[in-house]
Design a protein around this ligand. Structure first.
Ligand code: BEZ
Length: 219
């Protein structure tokens, strides 16, 4: 990648407003700020169409599209390939496996979106996006980012787990401990002042108390 391309690349961070863009996708042109309105969005990049790991991952997103929709979450993929390549790949995967990747996939041939979202990691590949996942909340804020290298597929269980974790944390004002799963205890946020510290110490309703700063409850 030349210096000019690298210097154009930005790296959004958790808590940032999701950068807006317009792009061509397999379901038509989009303006991203319009697409993400009204719910959660997961945007994920894959290195290239017609490659094996990508096929397994993108198929897994397609198979779980309804699960995401039930959680008010839209999917959108991206790679540095043309619309023609995307369409041929989608059709080929459907023919071979009966899985239809019918969520929008951005054709980012000029790498505009990949650069905007820091999906190009030149030490890994100068021409292909790494396996990135961006979780964008209903306020258009990036809430969680994953990056995987070209040769390791992502984990769909984890992709789903953290979506539920983010939504649970928002709905209940709580935090989630290591390996949290829906239905297990959540963490009461650590106290910010003495009054909250006393509350954590004295409230008998909590399910588990290690000390005032590590308190768990059931939802
Ligand atoms: C794959 O999806 O299989 C893949 C893509 C790019 C580099 C290596 C593997």
């Amino acid at each position: 990648m030349d210096n000019e391309t690298v210097s154009k690349s930005t790296m959004p961070r958790i808590g940032d407003k999701a950068p807006d863009f317009e792009a061509l996708t397999t379901t038509g042109p989009i303006k991203f700020s319009e697409y993400i309105k009204g719910g959660w969005t997961i945007m994920f990049s894959h290195p290239a169409d017609f490659t094996p790991v990508c096929t397994t991952e993108m198929s897994a997103f397609a198979v779980n599209k309804k699960w995401f929709a039930e959680r008010n979450t839209k999917l959108i993929g991206l790679s540095i390939d043309s619309i023609h390549s995307h369409l041929a790949w989608v059709n080929n995967v459907r023919k071979n496996t009966k899985v239809y990747m019918d969520f929008p996939i951005i054709a980012d041939l000029d790498m505009k979106v990949a650069n905007l979202y820091g999906m190009l990691h030149p030490g890994e590949s100068a021409t292909a996006a790494v396996r990135a996942v961006f979780y964008i909340d209903p306020n258009g804020i990036i809430r969680l980012i994953m990056y995987y290298p070209l040769n390791v597929g992502r984990n769909m269980d984890e992709i789903q787990r953290v979506l539920v974790a983010l939504q649970t944390a928002d709905e209940n004002g709580c935090a989630l401990p290591v390996n949290w799963r829906p239905g297990t205890k959540v963490i009461v946020p650590p106290p910010k002042d003495l009054e909250e510290m006393e509350e954590r110490i004295n409230n008998p309703d909590y399910d588990e108390k290690v000390d005032f700063y590590l308190v768990k409850k059931s939802l």
